[in-house]
Design a protein around this ligand. Structure first.
Ligand code: AP5
Ligand code: MG
Length: 215
């Protein structure tokens, strides 16, 4: 089987990061995630673009989308370097979807379907390893020892955009900008809709089956 090009779509907190890690382990692809790439470059000076804020971090902490020029460049470079990938967090609006069409071919498009009320609980309870980036949840996927990463012993922290107020804004931005492009993938028959409300293991079974049948 060749290494597949996977797109994983879903609302903030749908489980894209959680399932992407498993896709990486199982299929040997790169995890290309605009959220993590931008978090590593939160302070980058983008004032030359003459946009509302001068850094990616200012958009992220407000729950808004970082300008397309910044994000498109990150994705183009990362996909060019990857031999098989799972793309997580992109595209998030119509112009990003058009750009993606131009630069790559997808083997499978997954959509993790999770209702809005579940998303807020998932995000406000999420904890992330400050060293290796592994994801936990205080109730749904707790670490063995509170505040400590099972994988590497690193400190678990809360993401700055996981406050309830910013989470609600991220969901609103998602509904306005990203839901319409998901409908478009659905109409073109490319979308594999997966119930994202089961346990991480149950969701994984459906994700693995969908990637296996496409690869
Ligand atoms: P990004 O980092 O992409 O955040 P997001 O899309 O809001 O998604 P999350 O990472 O919050 O959720 P996830 O689906 O990965 O869920 P996870 O697996 O962690 O983007 C952040 C910001 O960057 C944006 O707001 C924007 O400013 C900017 N940005 C990024 N990309 C951009 C782009 N293309 N254009 C412009 N701006 C961009 O799971 C969540 C929690 O639930 C965890 O605690 C997990 O343990 C738990 N969980 C997961 N699965 C389950 C399950 N099945 N059952 C119970 N709990 C579960
Ligand atoms: Mg994520």
């Amino acid at each position: 089987m060749s290494t597949p090009n996977v797109l994983i779509l879903g609302a903030p907190g749908a489980g894209k990061g959680t399932q992407s890690s498993r896709i990486v382990d199982e299929f040997g692809v790169e995890h290309v995630t605009t959220g993590d790439a931008l978090r590593s470059n939160k302070g980058m000076d983008i004032s030359h673009l003459d946009t509302e804020y001068d850094t990616p971090g200012a958009y992220m902490d407000a729950g808004e989308l970082v300008p397309d020029e910044v994000v498109n460049e990150i994705v183009k470079t990362a996909l060019a370097e990857a031999d098989g990938y799972v793309l997580d967090g992109y595209p998030r609006n119509a112009s990003q979807a058009e750009y993606l069409d131009e630069i790559t071919d997808l083997d499978v498009v997954l959509y993790l379907d999770v209702s809005k009320d579940v998303l807020v609980d998932r995000l406000t309870g999420r904890r992330v390893c400050s060293d290796c980036g592994a994801n936990y949840h205080v109730d749904f996927e707790p670490p063995e020892e509170a505040g400590v990463c099972d994988d590497c012993g690193g400190e678990l922290i809360q993401r700055e955009d996981d406050t309830e107020e910013t989470v609600r804004e991220r969901i609103r931005v998602y509904e306005d900008n990203t839901e319409p492009i998901i409908e478009r993938y659905d109409e073109s028959g490319e979308l594999v809709r997966i119930d994202g409300e089961g346990s991480p293991d149950e969701v994984w079974e459906a994700v693995r089956d969908a990637v296996e049948s496409a690869a």
